[in-house]
Structures are given as structure tokens and as C-alpha cells.
Design a protein around this ligand. Structure first.
Ligand SMILES: [Zn+2]
Ligand SMILES: [Zn+2]
Length: 366
């Protein structure tokens, strides 16, 4: 079959809308008619060349749609199911899967840098040339072919243009709060960076019962949004001293937990400085893998625990429906994230806005 997709041929060049071709479904595949796809920072890292993948490639990994066909090994009853796609296919039985760390699965990590499907092949071609698949999804296209375990059913009344956000940013932020940080009721938390992931972390710690939530960002509009989502205190850096705000809210001790989602040296340093002795730090943001980040050694002492999390400890079958139900119950705001609804042809402008820090999420509607 043929359909339209946004294709990246070289880092630093615009995506082009092409008519691409897909092979037949493999036994465990599902064909998803894409309804909506969010533009995430990780896509931008590939476009800018910080994250290196083979090209040409179809990006997009924050995707929701409807199952239109299934491979021979998949229950045909799934046709018609509304789904959000997970970007972490995993085998379930390798060293890390057995240790409850599917994000480190040998097959997942092994095939990731090649940007192919989990079986090591690709389903997509452009004029006969193989196309690579971002994060096992390739969601900036009218159709996506994924392994069936990565297509997670949504409640029938879940709107897909907001459901797609669950697939990456929301899972990463809310999951870090609910699955990774071990928060006690009423505890104090700082969230650094208030993009989609950070705002989701704010909502996640609120859902976990945090008593004090200090949101930190450079952008005051985003801090205002963080307030509507549960932040009790804000610090607009660099004008305001975030460590002083954290200490002022905690009798001078520093916060019990810091969730960092900004991904730069000053933010990582702040995470250590604002954390109380004996507290915990969760790093969600990232800088270039060959970049150094320096710390004042004393800020790392005092029995602090530091953990890195890249997908919020996601167990998609467990967590995606939970997040959808929280949305439908009015306990998780997803509506405010969608600051632009765009067509596939507007994708380059969408990424320009993301780079400029305009809005929170642009969502492509098909
Ligand atoms: Zn993402
Ligand atoms: Zn595995």
C-alpha cells in the first residue's frame, strides 16, 4: 500500500512530504491508520543531528490511531481498536527484561540505533529505497506499522489528538512521578523545565499527593500553566533563585525530590543543589552523550539518590489506559498541552516553533 509521510533525508534539511510504500504485514504486525501525532524534542534532535540515525527516515513516535489491519498471528478482533503506540517494544525475557527494566531490553537497545523494526527489518520504502523507522513507529505518516504489543487500546471515548501525547511526553513525566520517584504523601518536589514532560511531572507528583510543588522554567507563561496543573511555587530562572524558593518552602532543608526535565548543565546542577540531604533526584532531561556536566561535589553528598529515567518506567499496557482514564475523569489535563493543531504539510513550521519554545505541543491531525 502507498501513503503520505514526512521523510528526513539529511540532518539540517527540511522534512519533505512523500508518497511511500509499505510491505505486507508480518505475522505480529498491526497496521494503524494514524489520527494524530505529536512533535517531540527527540524528533528535533534527529533533525538537528544531535541524535544520529541512518537516513532516509520517517520520524514521529507520539502517535495514536485506529487499527485497520492485523498480521496473521494477531487477533482479528483488534481491527477497529483505537490505540496509542508505545516506542518500547521489548522481548520480555532478556537480562534486563527479567530485571523489570524493559527500557534496557537487549533487542530494543540492539535495534534502536539502526531505526528498524524489532525483527531487524523495515516495512517502508520510498521509490524502492529502504526507509528507516524512528523509535519502532514512524508516526509522521498516514499509516504506521508496529508490532502488536506496542499498540495499546484506549477507552472508546478517548480523543486521539490528546491520546497521542500519552505515548511519549506524558508517560515520561507522569511515569517518572508515579513509577520512578518514591514519593510520600505531602512531600515537597521541584520540577525543573515545564515543557510537555515537565508539566506532566508536575501533574504526576500532584496525583501522587505531593504537598509542595516548585516549578522552575525560564518562561513565565509555562510557569503560569504549571500553576494551573498543581505547582504551589514557581521560580523563573535565571532572574529568580530556584534554590532559595525550594529552601524557603521547606524550612531551609531543600525539597524531598527533584524531577529534572530541562536537559542542560545548569538544570542538572540545580537538581543537586535544591535536593535535601537524603532526598532523591530523577533526571529525565538529556544533553549530548559526549558532553560533560560538572557539579559542586558537596551538592551530590548527603546520601542523595540519583536515578535516570527515559520513559517514566513505562509499562504501557498498565499505564496508558490508566493515563487515559485519569484524563477522562478530569484528573490529568492534556487539553492545555495542545497549543497547535497542524497538517502534515506544516511539520517544518511545527518544529521551528518547538525549537523557538513557542507553545507546548503541536499535534499533526490526519
Ligand atoms: Zn518523545
Ligand atoms: Zn528484553
Amino acid at each position: 500500500m502507498k501513503f503520505r509521510a514526512a521523510v528526513l533525508r539529511q540532518p539540517g534539511t527540511p522534512l519533505t512530504i512523500e508518497t511511500i510504500e509499505a510491505t505486507r504485514l508480518q505475522p505480529d504486525d498491526v497496521l494503524v491508520k494514524v489520527a494524530a501525532a505529536g512533535l517531540c524534542h527527540t524528533d528535533l534532535e534527529v533533525i538537528e543531528g544531535q541524535l544520529v540515525y541512518p537516513m532516509p527516515i520517517v520520524l514521529g513516535h507520539e502517535t495514536a490511531g485506529t487499527i485497520e489491519d492485523v498480521g496473521s498471528a494477531v487477533d482479528r478482533k483488534r481491527i477497529g481498536e483505537r490505540v496509542v503506540l508505545s516506542w518500547n517494544p521489548h522481548c520480555g525475557h532478556c537480562f534486563h527484561c527479567e530485571r523489570d527494566q524493559p527500557i534496557l531490553c537487549d533487542s530494543y537497545i540492539g535495534h534502536g540505533p539502526q531505526a528498524v523494526q524489532i525483527d531487524g527489518t523495515t516495512r517502508l520504502t520510498l521509490n524502492g529505497e529502504a526507509l528507516r523507522t524512528m523509535f519502532y513507529i514512524a508516526g509522521f505518516a498516514e499509516y504506521a506499522i508496529v508490532t502488536s504489543a506496542c499498540a495499546i487500546a484506549m477507552p472508546a471515548d478517548m480523543p486521539l489528538d490528546r491520546a497521542c501525547l500519552i505515548g511519549c511526553g506524558v508517560m515520561t513525566g507522569v511515569g517518572a512521578a508515579l513509577n520512578i520517584a518514591q514519593l510520600g504523601y505531602g512531600e515537597s518536589v521541584m520540577v525543573i523545565g515545564c515543557g510537555a514532560v515537565g508539566l506532566s511531572a508536575v501533574q504526576g507528583v500532584r496525583m501522587a499527593g505531593a504537598g509542595t510543588i516548585v516549578a522552575v522554567d525560564r518562561n513565565r507563561e509555562r510557569l503560569a500553566m504549571a500553576r494551573t496543573m498543581g505547582a504551589t511555587h514557581t521560580a523563573a530562572v535565571p532572574d529568580e533563585d530556584a534554590v532559595a524558593v525550594a529552601k524557603g518552602a521547606t524550612q531551609g532543608r531543600g525539597v524531598d525530590c527533584v524531577l529534572e526535565s530541562a536537559g542542560n548543565g545548569p538544570a542538572f546542577r540545580l537538581s543537586a543543589e535544591a535536593c535535601r540531604t537524603g532526598g532523591q533526584i530523577v533526571w529525565l532531561g538529556k544533553t549530548g552523550v559526549n558532553e560533560d556536566v560538572s557539579f559542586r561535589w558537596g551538592s551530590l553528598m548527603g546520601e542523595k539518590r540519583i536515578v535516570r529515567s527515559s520513559y517514566g518506567g513505562a509499562r504501557p499496557n498498565r499505564d496508558f489506559p490508566m493515563l487515559a482514564k485519569a484524563y477522562l475523569a478530569g484528573k490529568l489535563d492534556l487539553d492545555s498541552y495542545v497549543t497547535a493543531r497542524i497538517g502534515l504539510g506544516d511539520i517544518n513550521q511545527g518544529f521551528a516553533d518547538l525549537k523557538a519554545g513557542k507553545g507546548i505541543r503541536s499535534v499533526i491531525q490526519f
